[in-house]
Design a protein around this ligand. Structure first.
Ligand SMILES: [Mg+2]
Length: 130
């Protein structure tokens, strides 16, 4: 099984670096979609099958928290795995995101961390080198 992943971050550089880490972590990827804010993220979700969302918090137009609320409000996406990746994040904000059913990891993080979290959240197995 390989994943369709949506990366929502207002920085192209950050999106690229997340994709690089996903590859280093050997996450089995099918399609990687990108969006620059929460609204674009919702638009991508409307039009594509997505297995997991990786999201930033601070973004113009619609921030990550508001996007997560809208995702959870849609019955189709209520169980969507959502991982918030940010340098920022107060304890209260992290708790609020977790209450909305998202996980949080601080940047920067080693590839092993994201591999572990993604495998746990999606149920995929890390494909060992043969
Ligand atoms: Mg940002």
């Amino acid at each position: 099984m390989s994943l369709n992943i949506l990366i929502v971050d207002d920085s192209t550089v950050v999106r690229m670096s997340i994709i690089r880490v996903l590859k280093i972590a050997e996450i089995p990827l099918d399609n990687v979609f990108q969006a620059a804010n929460g609204q674009e993220g919702l638009d991508v979700l409307e039009d594509n099958w997505i297995d997991m969302v990786l999201a930033d918090i601070n973004m113009p137009v619609m921030n990550g928290e508001e996007m997560i609320e809208k995702i959870r409000a849609n019955p189709m996406w209520k169980d969507m795995p959502i991982l918030v990746i940010s340098t920022e994040g107060s304890k209260t904000r992290i708790e609020r995101l977790e209450q909305k059913g998202a996980k949080f990891i601080h940047k920067p993080f080693p590839p092993e961390t994201i591999r572990e979290v993604i495998c746990e959240m999606t149920g995929i197995k890390h494909e060992q080198q043969v």
